[in-house]
Ligand binder design. Structure first.
Ligand SMILES: [Zn+2]
Length: 78
C-alpha cells in the first residue's frame, strides 16, 4: 500500500482518472503510482508511457488491471 508522511503535501480529488482501467501495454495519461486491482501491487508509470506488459501475472486472481492510485502534478504556479 502506498505510504506518505506529510498529509498536507497530498490532496484528495474525485477525478475520473482514478476510475479508469488500464491493461498491460496501454499508455497512461497521468504520471503516478498505479495499483493492480486484483492483487494490490503498485508500480510507477511516467506520463505518456505504457504500463509494463510483463510486470506480473496472476494464476488465480484473474486478469491484471491497473488503476491510478496517486498522480504527480507540476506546481500550479509554474
Ligand atoms: Zn496484480
Amino acid at each position: 500500500m502506498a505510504q506518505y508522511k506529510y498529509s498536507e503535501r497530498l490532496v484528495q480529488a474525485n477525478s475520473w482518472a482514478f476510475d479508469q482501467d488500464y491493461k498491460p501495454g496501454q499508455p497512461v495519461t497521468n504520471a503516478g503510482i498505479y495499483r493492480c486491482r486484483a492483487c494490490g501491487d503498485e508500480i510507477v508509470v511516467d506520463k505518456g508511457t505504457a504500463i509494463p506488459k510483463s510486470h506480473h501475472e496472476h494464476s488465480l486472481l484473474g486478469p491484471v488491471v491497473w488503476q491510478l492510485l496517486v498522480f504527480a502534478q507540476k506546481h500550479p504556479g509554474r
